[in-house]
Ligand binder design. Structure first.
Ligand code: AMP
Ligand code: MG
Length: 430
């Protein structure tokens, strides 16, 4: 396939090629960030019974409303004490009250709880001055969760709130989707690994580490295959190893240079190739195919290009395989704050700094946008998505922004207050 594939088409091709992985059963301490593969249906009400929202006295509303209507205090006989964790053994009858603690089940006969501070009391009696509507200070059975309801849907990524809810529902184990396993391979004779002794003409393999972190951020498990030299045999061997994973992500060697063997090796391994070049910048050379049923990506070697293309193609498919219901980053519209003009008609992804000033999203670039400038990814909290047909942007134009992280957001005056003598939103490089 010779022409450039649009990113939109490429994303569809890639997503259509994958489906969610299998299931695994995990304990409640491991659920954070995982994606449920089952609907969680409440097997009981929460709270399981009407209970008191206050420390006070459980009474019959009937007993207090008449007297209060004519402005008199009411004295009731206290017949029992119910601490939290206990049930009352008696029923509240006319003229009676039961002392009750927050969270304790409301005793039979009572329909209202009076706050302790609104009464005068002795061990045996309570004097009530303040009228309360019927049902006051009672948390009704099932007000949080009703038995039989679907409380957390399949495909939900678990946060602390869901973890607490699972405990309420007595689920000490749940079924989640398995994490996608991603084999990561860097290619190039010029590369050296971090733990290697290397000469000055070598370049440290940074892609493997950046991509591994991106895999983890997307909920996957990375496997580092190291560096393959620029020769077909070495490349083939490593790629075959990588096919044990669900996804193979290779970087470098996808262009048409004399040392770019990815295409030939993919074909040699019988790959069903879907595209070779994308109409985006950075990241034009980008191969995607299926080899022995596994997804294989050949990302461009330049560090920024590999990260941006990972974001646009590998991350979404990982989210799909991981059982998520949506595969994109949060997107907002923001006011562009610079002048920009394109040199090609490809869709561009500029590394940007998104801020919110007085409630308005504003975005500027991180500066130099070369595909070897990895500091642009370090400074960025977003990617500015500039459509193919847009040639120029001026300050104030509206642009679409993909949010990569919530860091660096809020520059409204309240955040400029000092914190231990430093501006709250300032870092070492401000
Ligand atoms: P290539 O696509 O193989 O021509 O590589 C393009 C550029 O990216 C070259 O300057 C490479 O040195 C650089 N590059 C390729 N792979 C890596 C890597 N794993 N880590 C850092 N830089 C890389
Ligand atoms: Mg290379």
């Amino acid at each position: 396939m010779q022409g450039l594939t649009s990113l939109q088409d490429a994303q569809k091709i890639v997503l259509d090629a994958a489906s969610p992985r299998g299931l695994e059963k995990i304990g409640l301490l491991e659920v954070l960030g995982r994606v449920l593969s089952e609907d969680i249906i409440a097997q009981r009400d929460n709270p399981p019974w009407d209970n008191s929202a206050m420390d006070g006295f459980a009474v019959r509303h009937e007993d207090i409303k008449q007297e209060h209507a004519i402005g008199k205090a009411v004295t009731l006989k206290v017949i029992e004490d119910v601490p939290a964790g206990k049930m009352a053994t008696k029923t509240v009858g006319p003229g009676q009250a039961i002392r009750i603690m927050t969270g304790a089940p409301v005793p039979k006969g009572a329909d209202t709880v009076l706050k302790v501070e609104d009464t005068e009391h002795t061990p045996d009696s309570v004097k009530v001055f303040k009228p309360e509507p019927r049902g006051s200070n009672i948390r009704p059975q099932g007000e949080d969760v009703k038995k039989g309801e679907c409380i957390i849907a399949k495909g939900t990524q678990i946060r602390p709130g869901e973890a607490g809810m699972l405990a309420i529902l007595a689920k000490s184990f749940v079924f989640v989707y398995q994490r996608p396993r991603v084999a990561i391979l860097s290619t190039g004779d010029e590369l050296a690994d971090l733990d290697e002794r290397f000469s000055e003409e070598k370049i440290i393999n940074s892609n493997s580490w950046g991509i591994a972190a991106a895999v983890q951020e997307a909920g996957g498990v990375p496997f580092l295959l190291g560096i393959a030299k620029d020769n077909p045999a070495a490349l083939k061997e490593k790629i075959m190893h990588g096919l044990n994973a669900d996804i193979l992500v290779l970087s470098g060697g996808v262009s048409m240079g004399d040392h770019d063997f990815t295409k030939a090796v993919f074909q040699d391994l019988g790959a069903e190739m879907h595209f070779w070049k994308l109409a985006i910048r950075p990241g034009q050379p980008l191969a995607f195919g299926k080899i022995q049923g596994k997804l294989a990506f050949g990302l461009p070697g330049n560090p920024v290009s590999s990260m941006v293309t990972f974001e646009q193609l590998v991350r979404p498919v990982m989210l799909k395989m991981g059982g998520h219901r949506s595969y994109g980053r949060p997107v907002v519209q923001a006011q562009f704050q610079e002048k920009f003009s394109k040199r090609t008609d490809r869709r561009h992804f500029l590394r940007g700094i998104l801020t919110r000033e007085d409630g308005v999203f504003k975005v500027r670039t991180t500066g130099e946008q070369g595909s070897g400038i990895l500091t642009s990814m370090v400074k960025a909290n977003c990617l500015i998505d500039i459509p193919q047909e847009v040639e120029k942007l001026n300050p104030g134009d509206t642009v679409t922004v993909q949010i990569l992280s919530a860091q660096l957001w809020d520059r409204t005056p309240v955040n400029r207050e000092t914190l231990n003598g430093k501006r709250a939103d300032s870092g070492c490089c401000d």
